[in-house]
Design a protein around this ligand. Structure first.
Ligand code: SF4
Length: 120
């Protein structure tokens, strides 16, 4: 069965989070509270009003795959962001593996604020 995670939102055709046109998957949850945070609605793990929903890996990857043509023509791909990606490391890992199996270039945006067990 496909793993479930908590997603803030999926943003299309971003030009700021890696090479080319990117589809950015913003995950919920971050242990830090940076004053300059550009996505403060991502910090809390809870679903807050319209911020956040639970999705399966399959649902997220299906959404990413809709943009394959843009990745192909721009040299882009998918970026997993947050929040802190490593708060949902298993979920993020499964998304990345599934994308790599479909030859979609991948990246993550992380503070690396996590235990060694997860980053190892
Ligand atoms: S690490 Fe990133 S997501 Fe977390 S609070 Fe700081 S800027 Fe926001």
């Amino acid at each position: 069965m496909s793993k479930t995670g908590r997603v803030l939102r999926i943003e299309k055709t971003s030009i700021h989070d890696g090479e080319g046109l990117r589809t950015v998957v913003f995950l919920k949850g971050c242990p830090l509270r940076c004053k300059w945070c550009s996505t403060p609605e991502s910090q809390r793990m809870e679903i807050e009003k319209r911020y956040g929903k639970d999705m399966t890996v399959e649902e997220v990857v299906k959404e990413i795959c809709k943009d394959e043509i843009f990745f192909f023509h721009s040299g882009g791909g998918v970026t997993i962001s947050g929040g802190e990606v490593l708060m949902q490391a298993d979920f993020a890992k499964e998304i990345l593996i599934s994308c790599m199996e479909q030859r979609i270039p991948t990246a993550i945006e992380t503070s690396l604020y996590s235990s060694y067990d997860i980053t190892d």
